[in-house]
Ligand binder design. Structure first.
Ligand code: SF4
Length: 699
């Protein structure tokens, strides 16, 4: 039952869950939100929403929120509530002491894709301008970092090419490694509408997701590949298109590097990439691969949408580049209805990457070795930025275990629960002398923290999020931060405490609009963005600058950002994670509609009524072999660890493949996952784990 009073006022803001970035009217009664109404003028959602966004306001007032700062000398001691001044002083002293003892590079930060652009910009600035190193990383590391790498290499910019409106002009769609119905529901509704109007659909996914067959929608082809073989399947599609002469020669000659295309064409034409050769490897029938390739190449405007089922693999970056190759090969870029579209998992993954959260990139995707970019920030900030890339999250943890990385400021990210190889994360955190967790709840990472700084929810934030279509949406303060300070203010307090200790000038931000002005002054793709423009337009898509004052709905219209599009040879290399007699099944993971990631927010909202536990989907054949009945408890074990959950017997998964969600803390999915990761970005291989399943008596 949802209590709804009469709203006294309303504030338009942006959902803080997935990368669709729906706009909402938060209706207020006193200082309470009584209802979230999808905003009809929101350009990403046009009056629609999903069940997650509608009830998101619940966690803001949940009893589990920590509203006062806390410190403790050692992690085995109880927490002590203190004033903000004492907590910040304690944190700054420890961090400064660690740098004095272990060196400037012994501490770092982790930013969150849940926070605003302005908050994220300040956190990476804290590392670069206050700590004096590039030890800044973001949770995008564990989801879409391969998108940044792959699209940067092929097209020259690390972002999706289209706006969501583009789907209304598409004729044939590939959905690969994504389940929009559950993960990006408002986009899924628009896609289904287009499919009902006659567009054709190809689904590449180990599991029979809802889009394969749901009321009024059926895929023309479902390619249920073996987990871990995306590169082989996409390369086989390109093989058919090249060997049957179905590519768009005019587009390739005009828009792409011809020499590189010829190398690529020779590579994919090799018989070892034929559908017949690929069938053995991937489990996808050759006839289906051929038919799908022909449909995509000849079906009109072709678009590709993908998700974490592409990126979270040891060849995540390779698959992104294979997808980019396929789009260039068929001339499907630079107009409505086509393009390469990463469906971003979190609300501000795009923005966190844009804001320079990575250890090798300054804001605007400029490498830290770029002398001109560094010189500009040096002059503005009065510092000398290190030209050497800093540590990625897994490298920070490795260095902590080795004793050279000692202090971490972690904003809005529960790395112990969300990062792979839980035991190693715990060992790294336990080895640090100062872990500062800045979050809403005492999360799992906070078990290893010395300082807890309360964070603010999206309803208490003022700033911007950038969604999956590069749309910069305003996030408006619906209520004052219950913890006393906005997150950007907390970062500034910590920065100023350290600057003051060093006798340096403090920061003087008094409103996030000033931070956006600094972003615009330093980041070419944001050069035309300010809060006045966002008020006037509602939102804009970057690049927004002198050349594109109204923003840019479609990228690469007349030419690629890098000049000529670059075909890259994408050799399939099998993951090191192998099945065998002990671990004969492959586990892959995903989400359900009502829950979001590890559930820290959604489990503290009305959404709990739709979900009380994760289950293990298993094919009837595999269940029968193990004597399992629907609903039985099973033990799920991998080489890394084990857990228990209930079995759901279904032919949505193929024989040999099992599937679970990871929303409930008891499931502890990351106790099971491996420490293999993408070769280019270290994005963890969450989607392929060899497991055994057996009957159990429960946890
Ligand atoms: Fe929109 Fe995503 Fe929020 Fe649902 S979770 S309301 S689709 S932004």
């Amino acid at each position: 039952v949802i209590e709804m009073g009469t709203p006294e006022r309303s504030v338009i803001t942006t959902c803080a869950y997935c990368g669709v970035g729906c706009s909402f009217k938060a209706e207020m009664q006193g200082d309470q939100v009584v209802r979230m109404v999808p905003y009809k003028h929101g350009k990403a959602n046009r009056g629609h929403s999903c069940v997650k966004g509608r009830f998101a306001y619940g966690y803001a007032s949940h009893k589990d929120r920590i509203l006062n700062p806390m410190i403790r000398e050692q992690i085995d001691q109880p927490w002590r509530e203190v004033t903000w001044e004492e907590a910040i002083g304690f944190a700054a002293n420890r961090l400064r002491g660690l740098q004095a003892q272990y060196g400037q590079k012994s501490i770092g930060v982790i930013t969150s894709s849940r926070c605003t652009n302005e908050e994220t910009f300040l956190v990476q600035k804290l590392a670069r301008a206050v700590f004096g190193n590039n030890n800044t990383d973001t949770c995008a590391r564990v989801c879409h970092s391969p998108t940044g790498y792959g699209l940067g290499q092929t097209f020259g910019t690390s972002a999706g090419t289209q706006d969501f409106d583009s789907v209304e002009h598409t004729d044939v769609v590939i959905v690969i490694g994504a389940n929009p119905t559950d993960g990006h529901p408002v986009f899924a509704a628009r896609l289904k509408k287009r499919l009902r109007a006659g567009a054709k659909l190809i689904v590449i996914d180990p599991r029979r997701i809802d889009l394969v067959k749901s009321p009024h929608v059926a895929a023309a082809h479902h390619l249920p590949l073996r987990p871990g073989t995306n590169v082989a399947v996409v390369t086989a599609l390109s093989h058919v298109i090249v060997t049957e002469g179905l590519m768009d020669q005019a587009f390739i000659r005009e828009r792409c590097d011809w020499d590189e295309f010829q190398d690529y064409a020779a590579f994919v034409s090799d018989p070892r990439h034929s559908p017949e050769a690929t069938e053995m490897l991937t489990g996808v029938p050759a006839t289906d691969l051929r038919a799908a390739a022909r449909l995509f190449a000849t079906g009109g405007n072709g678009s590709i949408y993908y998700g974490l089922g592409v990126t979270e693999h040891s060849q995540g970056s390779t698959t992104v580049m294979a997808i980019a190759n396929l789009a260039m090969l068929t001339g499907n870029l630079g107009r409505p209805g086509v393009g390469v579209n990463p469906l971003r998992g979190q609300n501000n993954v795009q923005g966190a990457c844009d804001m320079g959260s990575f250890p090798h990139e300054l804001p605007g995707y400029r490498h830290v070795k770029n002398d001109d970019a560094r010189a500009m920030f040096d002059a503005l900030w009065g510092v000398t930025i290190d030209p050497e890339p800093g540590l990625r999250i897994p490298n920070m943890l490795d260095a902590a275990v080795d004793g050279t990385f000692k202090g971490l400021y972690c904003q809005g990210e529960d790395i112990l629960q969300s990062d792979p190889d839980t035991k190693h994360v715990a060992a790294g955190l336990a080895a640090m002398d100062c872990v500062i967790v800045h979050d809403l709840f005492l999360n799992e990472t906070a078990n290893y923290a010395h300082v807890f700084l309360p964070g603010s929810t999206f309803l208490e934030k003022d700033g911007t999020f950038t969604n999956a279509e590069r749309r910069i949406n305003r996030v408006r303060e619906v209520m004052k931060p219950r913890n006393g300070y906005a997150d950007w203010e907390v970062t500034q307090l910590l920065a100023n405490a350290m600057l003051q200790d060093a006798g340096r000038a403090p920061w003087h931000y008094t409103h996030p609009a000033q931070i956006m002005d600094e972003i615009a002054a330093t980041t070419p793709s944001f050069a035309g963005v300010d809060y006045a423009l966002l008020e006037e337009k509602g939102s804009v898509q970057w690049p927004c600058n002198a050349a594109n004052p109204e923003g840019t709905p479609l990228m690469h219209v007349d030419g690629f950002v890098r000049g000529k599009g670059r075909f890259i040879v994408t050799e399939y290399v099998a993951t090191d994670e192998r099945t065998g007699p002990r671990f004969p099944l492959l586990l892959t993971t995903g989400r359900i509609l009502s829950q979001y990631n590890v559930g820290a927010q959604t489990r503290r909202t009305e959404n709990v009524i739709w979900h009380d536990q994760d289950v293990l989907e298993i094919h009837p054949h595999d269940a029968e072999n193990r004597g399992l009945r629907d609903g039985d408890w099973v033990r799920l074990a991998s080489r890394s660890g084990e857990t228990s959950l209930r079995a759901k017997i279904t032919d949505r998964v193929s024989p040999g493949v099992v599937y679970t969600t990871f929303h409930h803390p008891d499931t502890q999915a990351n106790v099971i996952t491996t420490d293999y990761s993408d070769w280019a970005t270290n994005c963890p291989e969450y989607k392929v784990t060899a497991v055994q399943v057996s009957a159990s008596n429960g946890p």
